[in-house]
Design a protein around this ligand. Sequence first.
Ligand code: MRU
Length: 366
Amino acid sequence: MNIDGRPTRTIWLADDGATVEVIDQTRLPHRVSTKRLASLADAADAIRTMVVRGAPLIGVTAAYGLALAMREDASDEGISRAVETLAATRPTAVNLRWALDRMAAALTRPEVNDRVAAAYRLAAEMADEDVATCRAIGEHGATLIRDAHDRTGRTVNVLTHCNAGWLAAVDWGTALAPVYVAHDAGVPVHVWVDETRPRNQGAALTAFELGQHGVPHTILADNAGGHIMQHGRVDLCIVGSDRTTASGDVANKIGTYLKALAARDNGVPFYAALPASTIDWRLDDGVAEIPIEERGPREVTHMTGRTETGDIVTVEIASPGSPAANPAFDVTPARLVTGIITERGIAAASREGLASLFPEHAPRPR
Ligand SMILES: CSC[C@@H](O)[C@@H](O)C(=O)COP(=O)(O)O
């Protein structure tokens, strides 16, 4: 995608061929800046502090993190230690584990001396694959937007939660990829952007990237979605996911579940868009089994923003001393999900639905 008209990805190998550059998402939308990752510790820190975030991008950053780690110690023990360090950064997005398992399996095969080159090669391959996968999600999901336009003859209103656009992946994104494909094809589309407290990924990141791409959008306070759905102002909801079970339960940013409930009550189709790497085929019951990240209370009690004079400041918005809880994700049960948009097509949110698109993961008949 583009920032100020210049094409960019969220992560790339620097000109020195060794370090890795990422867009620093903690500074958006107020400052566009990059950060250089030169070591395993830098990569782990970037994921932990959300310099990079979003399930697909976390996975690719972890892959590059392993490549950086191989320069420090390419032994079998070095691989295990690096995997352990990176896996501990964030618990919910399963793309992290998926990327680390794939890298570790590929790295233990070559001789120790060949592991650095192999790691960079595979990390770059995974970055390119992520772009192609998200683009395919966009093509499949755009049919829903096109169909809605054909049915109504007017601008299609899509509601999304958090940021599942190109900033959450290497490019294109998941939930927003259908919007970009439809918009680029001339289908009139407008996005309702949930602000997404407490970190405001919607107001800060989704609004920023839609604005950069010229897609009409409106930021909504998180509590407004139900109201606008009741008044017929949403044609479909599309969200991303950090982990989806084999049975179609969808973990995504906190607040997603409430939007799915409101969508069901108002007959609004509710889709999750995700690559196969977000599906945890070992899990069945998302509410019971998906680990939900608990983040610090300061994200709830304080807010960061830009003053009119351009300074970035953090202010306290809560009653001083009151405790705050901060679960970062919730699980929307499959029964509330109309369909799952993947790189292979749109599936019903069920074990059978997902297995029909990904038969290689279907349980073998006994
Ligand atoms: C394409 S990304 C899907 C999800 O990762 C996204 O919706 C989300 O919840 C991101 O959470 P974050 O905490 O910002 O990493």
